[in-house]
Design a protein around this ligand. Structure first.
Ligand code: NAD
Ligand code: TYD
Length: 337
């Protein structure tokens, strides 16, 4: 049985990934998560007591914590990050601490512990920068030209992974994925924010003209891509993952309005995000061929699952919005976060 360290497992994608590992593999999973505003221990509460799973509260940039965990590990999947572009515009430093310093600490401890690997680093299409309307989609060979403090910090960690592979021969694999949506996404990101605002009859704030394009992927498809990279990936390789689903933000919001039987007068065009990337699109041909992976859930089906999940799990997001979920941690671990 392989022992795997998953970082950031209490966040949106990490939660979905750990659920997939527990359901479909026999890995022994250690989840290291700092429980920032975006980490929610309740997401994985049904795993408490499972012998194949353990949770450790800690930060990836804390060398003492990471080195003590790493010595028992075979492989690593690094999801832990500050992940929201708008927050990085307000304050970039936490992004450097976690995304850059944290990734380097993980790489150092992985090397010192002599882990067999692989070390899968979960990166993003945002490291490539922005595309023009008629540009071909990003391939893995596209230059890195990040535009936000978030994407610059992710590009930095991405390159530190490359350096660890080149310099020390570490079995490092990088995946770069497009925008995810699905259950457990923190309601600051476009899709859950719009679903919740719509359900609550609140305004739907669209930045700029709403014509920015994102390539949407259902979170389970992303998780299956990361698992394929972990199991079939080649050290040093980069794998683009995406949903083959380019949509403008306006189209996404209109879809949500239609699904919830609301009207377009909820839409409010607001000031644009500074440095707002116009278009992302992923060429996933290399991953499809070399990992025998493809996204399976189309946008209509994925959105149906997602909207239903937010309707059925009102308590989950109400508790997040009110900060109440923190009392769950206190009850279980006897201390404040
Ligand atoms: P998220 O913000 O929902 O979750 C991040 C998790 O990391 C949280 O549980 C948080 O508590 C934890 N964390 C933050 N700082 C930490 C630290 N210093 N030490 C330990 N844990 C820490 O993010 P997400 O949307 O699940 O994204 C996960 C990863 O996937 C990130 O690396 C992100 O860059 C990447 N990614 C996300 C998307 C997307 O659309 N969400 C797309 C491509 C790539
Ligand atoms: P977001 O979910 O923050 O992801 P990212 O910036 O990493 O792509 O935003 C997705 C798109 O939606 C992006 O073009 C910004 C836009 N957006 C809005 O128009 N309004 C909002 O309230 C938010 C959060 C995002």
């Amino acid at each position: 049985m392989k022992k795997i360290l998953v970082t950031g497992g209490c966040g949106f994608i990490g939660t979905n990934f750990i659920r997939l590992l527990m359901k479909e593999t026999d890995y022994e999973v250690t989840n290291l998560d700092a429980l920032t505003y975006a980490g929610n221990l309740e997401n994985l509460k049904e795993l408490e007591g499972d012998k194949r799973y353990r949770f450790i509260k800690g930060r990836i940039e804390d060398e003492q914590v990471v080195s003590s965990i790493m010595k028992d590990m075979d492989a690593v999947v690094n999801f832990a990050a500050e992940s929201h572009v708008d927050r990085s515009i307000k304050s970039a430093r936490p992004f450097i601490t976690t995304n850059v310093m944290g990734t380097q600490v993980l790489l150092d401890c992985f090397r010192q512990a002599g882990c067999k690997g692989p070390f899968v680093h979960v990166s993003t299409d945002e490291v490539y920068g922005s595309l023009g309307k008629d540009d071909p989609a990003f391939t893995e060979r596209h230059h890195l030209r990040p535009n936000s403090p978030y994407s610059a910090s992710k590009a930095s960690s991405d390159l530190l992974c490359r350096a660890a592979w080149k310099t020390f021969g570490l079995p490092v694999i990088v995946t770069r994925c497009s925008n995810n949506y699905g259950p457990f996404q923190f309601p600051e990101k476009l899709i859950p924010l719009m679903i919740i605002n719509c359900l609550e009859g609140r305004k739907l704030p669209i930045y700029g003209d709403g014509m920015n394009v994102r390539d949407w992927i259902y979170v389970e498809d992303h998780c299956r891509g990361v698992l394929a990279a972990l199991e079939k990936g080649v050290p040093g390789a980069i794998y683009n993952l995406g949903g083959n689903c380019e949509l403008t933000n306006l189209k996404v919001v209109e879809t949500i309005i239609d699904m919830l039987g609301k009207t377009k007068d909820l839409i409010e065009f607001v000031a644009d995000r500074p440095g707002h990337d116009r278009r992302y699109a992923m060429d996933i041909g290399f991953s499809q061929k070399s990992l025998s992976w493809s996204p399976k859930v189309d946008f209509e089906k994925g959105m149906e699952k997602t909207v239903n999940w937010y309707i059925e799990n009102r308590q989950w997001w109400e508790r997040i919005l009110s900060g109440e979920y923190r009392s769950y941690y206190k009850n279980h671990y006897g201390s404040e976060l």
